[in-house]
Design a protein around this ligand. Structure first.
Ligand code: NAD
Ligand code: WQD
Length: 337
C-alpha cells in the first residue's frame, strides 16, 4: 500500500511511519516543518532501513499538493498535519481554522481530483468536550471548548458531509486520547518547541533539568486524588491503530469513527510517581490553580476499535513513562544536537 502522510515529520506521524514501513507499506511525507524537524524522518529511515520520500511544503499550497499526487499513485492518505496548541488557538483562532480546516479542504479536493478516496484523519477526544459520564463511547455528543477543538470538530463534520455526498470515499476519524511515550529505541520521540503545554513532555523536561518544577493545575477536582485524570496512550499503540485503520479502509467501510485510548484513567500524581520510578529522581512540583478549560476526567471506552479493527493498546503506564525517559535522556535537546 502506498500512503501519503501529511505531517509525517511530527510526533505521532514519525511513530506511525515506523509501524507502516515495518508492516511493508510505502510512505511519502509532506510537512512544512512548522512544528518538527526533518531529522525525525532520517531517524525513521535509520530505524526501519527503508526510505521515505519527503516534500517540504504546506498542505495549503494546492499546486504543490497537486504535484505530489501527480508524482505518485496513492492508495490512501493519513492526515496528521495540523496545529495543536490549545492556548495558541484561543489567541490566534484564524490561524487554526486556516491551517486545520482549510488545509483539510485542499487535501480533500486534491484527493478527489486524483481519484484517491481513502483517508485517515487525526481527530481528538477534545471533540467530546466535558463528557456527561465515563467511559466515553463514540456515540457521545460532541462539542468544543476552544478553537483548536472546534477546528477538529468542524473537520469531522465536513468529512461526514463529504462522505455522504461521495459514498465511494472511505474515511476513518480517529479520536486520540492523550498520546505519550516514545519508540522503545529512544531514537524518535516527542520534541516540543518552546515550553511544553502537555503534562508528559513537561515532566520529562523537569526530570532532565530544563525546567525547575511542574505546576499541577488543580488538586480539588472530583477525582480520587483531586488531580485531573486522563487516558494516556502509548504513541506506538496509537501508531499501530493507524495501520489497522488503513487496513480497515481497504474493506470499503464508508465513514467510520474510533476512539483510540486504553480505557484506563490516570491522575497527574499517578504520572508524576510513575515518572519518578522511571528516572530514579524526585520530580519537584507545586499545586497551581486549575487551568482554564480543563475538565476533571476523561477516558475512553475502546471496545469499538477492538471489535472493528482488532486493535487494543498493550503498553502499560510504566512502559509509557520509561520510553519517554529513555528518549529524553538519550536526546536532551530532542532532534537538535
Ligand atoms: P506535531 O505538531 O508533532 O505534528 C504535526 C505535523 O504537521 C508537524 O510536523 C507540523 O510541522 C505539520 N504541519 C502542521 N501544519 C502543516 C501544514 N499546513 N502543512 C504541512 N505540514 C503541517 O503533532 P502530533 O502530536 O504529531 O499531532 C498530529 C495530529 O494529531 C494533529 O492533527 C493533532 O491535532 C492530532 N492530535 C494530537 C494529539 C496530541 O496530544 N499529540 C491528540 C489528539 C489529536
Ligand atoms: C493532562 C493533565 C492538566 C500540564 C490536551 C488537549 C487535547 C489533546 C491532548 C490534541 C490535565 C495536567 C498539564 C502541566 C498539569 N490534544 N497538567 N500541569 O489537557 O488532557 O489534552 O492534549 O488534540 O485536545 O487539550 O492534556 O497533557 O495538557 O494535560 O497539571 O504542566 O495534566 O491539567 O489534568 P489535556 P495535557
Amino acid at each position: 500500500m502506498n500512503v501519503l502522510v501529511t505531517g509525517g515529520a511530527g510526533y505521532i506521524g514519525s511513530h506511525t511511519l515506523v509501524e507502516m514501513l515495518n508492516a511493508g507499506m510505502d510512505a511519502v511525507v509532506v510537512d512544512n516543518l512548522c512544528n518538527s524537524s526533518a531529522e525525525s524522518l532520517l531517524r525513521v529511515e535509520q530505524l526501519t532501513g527503508r526510505t521515505v520520500q519527503f516534500y517540504q511544503g504546506d498542505i495549503l499550497n494546492k499546486p504543490l499538493m497537486q504535484k505530489i499526487f501527480a508524482d505518485h499513485k496513492f492508495d490512501a492518505v493519513i492526515h496528521f498535519a495540523g496545529l495543536k496548541a490549545v492556548g495558541e488557538s484561543v489567541a490566534k483562532p484564524l490561524k487554526y481554522y486556516q491551517n486545520n480546516v482549510c488545509g483539510t479542504l485542499i487535501l480533500c479536493e486534491v484527493m478527489q481530483e486524483a481519484g484517491v478516496h481513502n483517508l485517515v484523519f487525526s481527530s481528538s477526544a477534545t471533540v467530546y468536550g466535558d463528557p456527561a459520564s465515563l467511559p466515553i463511547t463514540e456515540d457521545f455528543p460532541t462539542s468544543a471548548t476552544n478553537p483548536y477543538g472546534q477546528s477538529k470538530l468542524m473537520v469531522e463534520n465536513i468529512l461526514a458531509d463529504f462522505q455522504r455526498a461521495n459514498p465511494q470515499w472511505n474515511i476513518a476519524r480517529l479520536r486520540y486520547f492523550n498520546p505519550v511515550g516514545a519508540h522503545e529505541s529512544g531514537i524518535i520521540g516527542e520534541d516540543p518547541n518552546d515550553i511544553p503545554n502537555n503534562l508528559m513532555p513537561y515532566i520529562s523536561q523537569v526530570a532532565i533539568g530544563k525546567r525547575e518544577k511542574l505546576s499541577i493545575f488543580g488538586n480539588d477536582y472530583p477525582t480520587p486524588d483531586g488531580t485531573g485524570v486522563r487516558d494516556y496512550i502509548h504513541v506506538v499503540d496509537l501508531a499501530i491503530g493507524h495501520v489497522k485503520a488503513l487496513e480497515k479502509l481497504q474493506t470499503s467501510p464508508g465513514l467510520v469513527t474510533y476512539n483510540l485510548g486504553t480505557g484506563q484513567g490516570y491522575s497527574v500524581l499517578d504520572m508524576v510517581s510513575a515518572f519518578e520510578k522511571a528516572c530514579g529522581k524526585k520530580i519537584p512540583y507545586q499545586i497551581a490553580p486549575r487551568r482554564a478549560g480543563d475538565i476533571a476526567a476523561c477516558y475512553a471506552d475502546p471496545t469499538y476499535a477492538l471489535q472493528e479493527l482488532g486493535w487494543k493498546a498493550t503498553h502499560t503506564l510504566q512502559d509509557m513513562v520509561n520510553s519517554s525517559w529513555h528518549w529524553q535522556s538519550k536526546n536532551p535537546n530532542g532532534y537538535h544536537a
